[in-house]
Design a binder for this molecule. Structure first.
Ligand code: ATP
Ligand code: LTN
Length: 336
């Protein structure tokens, strides 16, 4: 991990909230890319538990979900010997830098964030200051580690742009302090849509259980969800504007099988939606099977999980402290 500048691989960082079991959208749009990128980059991957409390969490459930999300990161094949895998709240520098960055972010900038507007509507009874400051904590996550690339789904692009603006502004005032990160948005799977309302993204927190395939759903549940997916009345399997439901199923199918859109369309030419939906469900079941098997193994080994958490926290904290100290010194905090 401690390479010299000449050999240093690009640093990649991303986090995921433990708000529930991840969806197929989280997997195809984010997690699957994490695994791919971990081979050739210097990576940090984490569970954004501090972000999760911007929405009210039940304590026992929250603890369980955070642990499960961490275990899932191991289950998708992230190797804690190769990458730093950590829990955000185990590294206090995130909250510390988050506060500092709040003071370098304008109210108007944060107020423009689409996710803030959407979530304040969705949780109108709890529009807390943390929800408003969500993007500055996310900026802290990224800037603490001098990340070059941040793999996320398309929905997080605006937060990345804000992070870049904050970093450039800070560097402009105090001289080079933070690496300005680039978003890395995978081509396929960038935006998996809801199975019930294909104009909206598939989301973990969707209250309609039929809308999202969860990573730990059984084959039976997956099949049922795809069979009840919303389509259209044309009855032709082709990718075209306005066919949101079919476009989404085709995108999922190509992403899981590695086939091109043309190959998929040719495969289902003259076939009905029923047959197509079954094939998509089967492809998803096969895609998720190894992850599910591996999760069962990891979640049964609490000692291993804790050992990995400790190791991740130590390595992440060491890197994070360097940036935090540098940043505080530049602002003019008295050092002791
Ligand atoms: P919530 O419903 O709690 O807001 P979410 O499902 O949007 O959660 P996040 O934890 O916010 O998930 O996101 C984790 C990662 O998954 C991010 O990189 C995000 O861009 C990506 N992601 C989320 N939803 C999708 C989707 N439908 N398609 C592709 N990628 C997605
Ligand atoms: N907001 C992100 C989760 C997240 C994140 C990060 C992603 C928190 N901190 C840092 C990339 C880098 C989301 O996906 N909703």
């Amino acid at each position: 991990m401690e390479n010299t500048a000449a050999q240093r691989k690009p640093r990649v960082l991303s986090l995921i909230q433990p708000t529930s079991v991840p969806t197929l959208g989280n997997y195809l749009g984010a997690l699957k890319n994490w695994k791919k990128m971990s081979a050739d980059n210097d990576c940090l991957f984490g569970v954004a538990d501090l972000h999760a409390i911007t929405v009210r969490q039940e304590p026992a459930q929250f603890r369980k979900q955070s642990t499960e999300m961490f275990a899932l990161l191991l289950a998708i094949g992230l190797d804690p010997e190769q990458s730093i895998v950590f829990m955000q709240s185990h590294v206090p520098q995130h909250a510390q830098l988050g506060w500092l960055l709040n003071c370098y972010t304008q109210f108007g900038e944060a107020a423009r964030m689409t996710q803030f507007k959407e979530k304040s509507q969705k949780h109108a009874d709890n529009v807390n200051v943390g929800l408003f400051a969500y993007p500055t904590l996310m900026a802290a996550d990224i800037l603490l580690y001098q990340a070059n690339f941040v793999p996320v789904g398309a929905d997080q692009k605006q937060h990345l742009e804000l992070t870049r603006n904050i970093a450039e502004r800070f560097n402009g005032v105090y001289g080079s302090t933070f690496t300005v990160p680039e978003p890395y948005i995978g081509q396929v799977g960038a935006r998996v849509m809801s199975l019930q309302n294909p104009t909206q993204k598939m989301s973990k927190s969707d209250p309609n259980p039929k809308a999202s395939v969860m990573l730990l759903d059984t084959p039976d549940q997956i099949m049922k969800k795809f069979k009840s997916a919303v389509t259209d009345s044309e009855a032709v399997v082709r990718c075209a504007p306005g066919k949101d439901g079919i476009n989404n199923l085709l995108a999922i199918y190509t992403c899981c099988t590695g086939k091109t859109m043309e190959e998929a369309e040719a495969e289902f030419a003259g076939k009905g939606y029923g047959e197509f939906k079954t094939a998509v469900a089967e492809a998803v079941i096969e895609e998720l099977r190894p992850v599910q098997q591996s999760f069962e193994r990891v979640i049964g080994d609490k000692a291993y999980i804790e050992e990995c958490m400790k190791k991740g926290a130590e390595s992440a904290s060491r890197l994070a402290q360097r940036t935090l100290s540098k940043c505080m010194k530049k602002i003019g905090f008295k050092q002791i």
